[in-house]
Design a protein around this ligand. Structure first.
Ligand code: BYC
Length: 470
């Protein structure tokens, strides 16, 4: 179904036929716009940016590219097409028709999931709002702003579900999504990683690789939901999310490539003197972003996750292609836990271990990306490998939050941690150094010295295309 851009709120949910809902969303819209003006990207709001906008939801051609000023971006509500005769794929309701309304007894749990998902979207925009001034090229600036407007659209997606299906408390929650602030002491965002800072572009690229990838896995699990509007919303969000992870994976790949070039040119690992970011420093940023993103999956054993699954609200990654009973009452799953000061593997009830199941899928996906970066290093003839640290390293949620673990997975004392953590995580001085490299480059086709140009431009445009107009 094509989307009517003449409407005040572009949508493919027949909003015009539901006057009450339309009015409620039209009342929320100015709040969103004020939030965008106050907390969205700093600068560039009056510029023409070469953005893609969703114009339909079919697999081919949903994206149309053109110059848009961000405040005029057509944020709207788009659900993937309904799957005919869709049945609940897991949990206690397996095999029953999916729901078009929220079952009363699951209202609270479902609202909480939608609010948690929705809260991350504006949070990431807030975290990234200062990055435009220091973008390494117009190409990268455009990608940042694309990610930002699409996170804004994902906020719309969740605000729509809250307004359409949760009555007054849904409207209150949608308002609260515009009120919390990333990093605020009094009213912070819900999940830890979304209160961290994204102060420089290396952090941004790591964030889009690691933290947006949590988004992929969480959205894919919610796309399995028996609550069909949530499933359809998340399915369409996933198509947009892919570009965000592309920005991270290719972005870090380009930093790695540039570093390798500098290492060879100057025959040294110490590329900082030549305006590059050393591989060891990159490893520290990786350690940080990976570990805070692992926390986003919750504790290894979670009754919340078990309930979400049994209720049919949140499935596993690729639920339908899994070869088991999809109820998991009798199954076990091997997880990593801390037991009497040792890290051990234990079989636990699979139903309780769903957060860990999802984290495992995520870890395998991260490892594939890291191995692609390592190919760049190897091709340059350099003997170094980036690595994912142990899953217990630097954790604030779950079993390992109470202990200290090295990147290799060895349990250590607080004193050892205090003596060594600066070898594993970026120090304040290193963050200042990375910050010092961040000087905005705005001439079309030029790139900052710490990152290589990409292999190709956006939507078949040249690298020196004016992705953001003066
Ligand atoms: N920070 O039972 P547990 C994205 C709380 S990213 C702070 O293990 P559960 C995006 C937890 O709430 C994807 N608190 O938790 C990416 C619970 O609190 P209560 C976002 C945390 O519920 C980039 C307690 O600890 N989507 O889209 O099984 C840019 C016990 O924990 C954290 C979702 O997350 C944390 N990290 O699992 C833009 C999907 N972790 O009950 C966007 C929806 C746990 O004791 N959310 N806690 O008060 C969920 O499915 C679940 O809420 C979680 C947590 C998986 C996050």
């Amino acid at each position: 179904m094509a989307i009517d851009y003449a409407e005040r709120i572009p949508n493919n949910v027949s909003l015009a036929e539901n006057r009450r809902l339309q009015r409620a969303l039209e009342q929320w819209q100015p709040g969103f716009q004020s939030w965008w003006a106050e907390m969205g990207p700093v600068g560039f709001q009056a510029r023409d940016v070469y953005l893609r906008t969703a114009t339909s939801v079919d697999a081919q051609g949903w994206a149309s590219f053109g110059y848009v000023r961000m405040p005029e971006y057509r944020w709207g509500i788009f659900l993937a097409d309904a799957v005919h005769d869709r049945k609940v794929a897991f949990g206690d309701h397996k095999g029953e028709p999916v729901w078009q309304e929220v079952p009363g007894e699951y209202r609270g749990a479902l609202r909480r999931l939608i609010v948690t998902q929705g809260d991350t979207e504006p949070a990431s925009v807030e975290q990234q709002r200062h990055l435009g001034a220091t973008s390494p090229s117009l190409y990268d600036l455009r990608n940042l702003l694309q990610v930002n407007v699409e996170e804004g659209r994902h906020l719309w997606a969740m605000a729509y579900l809250l307004h359409a299906y949760f009555g007054r408390d849904g409207r209150e929650e949608a308002d609260a999504l515009l009120q919390r602030r990333s990093g605020s002491d009094d009213n912070p965002r819900i999940l830890g990683a979304f209160n961290e800072q994204t102060p420089d572009w290396l952090s941004f690229l790591m964030f889009t690789f690691f933290t947006d990838r949590d988004g992929k896995y969480q959205l894919a699990s919610l796309a399995e939901s028996a609550f069909d509007p949530l499933s359809r919303t998340c399915r369409f969000m996933l198509t947009e999310e892919a570009h965000h992870m592309f920005v991270g994976e290719t972005g870090i790949g380009r930093v790695v490539q540039r570093t390798c070039e500098l290492m060879k040119e100057h025959d040294t690992d110490e590329v900082g003197r030549f305006g590059g970011i050393g591989l060891k420093l990159m490893q520290k940023y990786l350690n940080f972003h990976y570990s805070v993103s692992l926390d986003l999956f919750g504790a290894e054993l979670s009754t919340n996750a078990a309930n979400y699954f049994s209720m049919g609200l949140k499935g596993r990654f690729n639920e339908e292609s899994r070869d088991d009973d999809h109820k998991l009452k009798e199954t076990s799953y091997r997880i990593t836990q801390v037991d009497e000061n040792r890290i051990v593997q234990k079989d636990q009830p699979a139903l309780l271990a769903l957060n860990e199941t999802l984290r495992d899928a995520y870890i395998a996906d991260c490892a594939r990306g890291v191995s692609r970066w390592n190919k760049v290093i190897k091709a340059a003839g350099i003997d170094f490998e980036l690595r994912l640290p142990h899953r217990g390293f630097h954790r604030a949620i779950g079993d390992c939050a109470s202990v200290k673990v090295t990147p290799e997975g060895r349990l250590i004392t607080e004193a050892e941690w205090a003596a060594h953590h600066s070898h594993w995580l970026p120090t304040p001085e290193e963050r200042v150094f990375v910050g010092s490299l961040m000087i905005g480059v705005t001439e079309p086709g030029r790139f900052a010295g710490w990152i290589a140009p990409p292999a190709r431009g956006i939507n078949h445009q040249a690298l020196d295309f004016e992705y953001v107009k003066r």
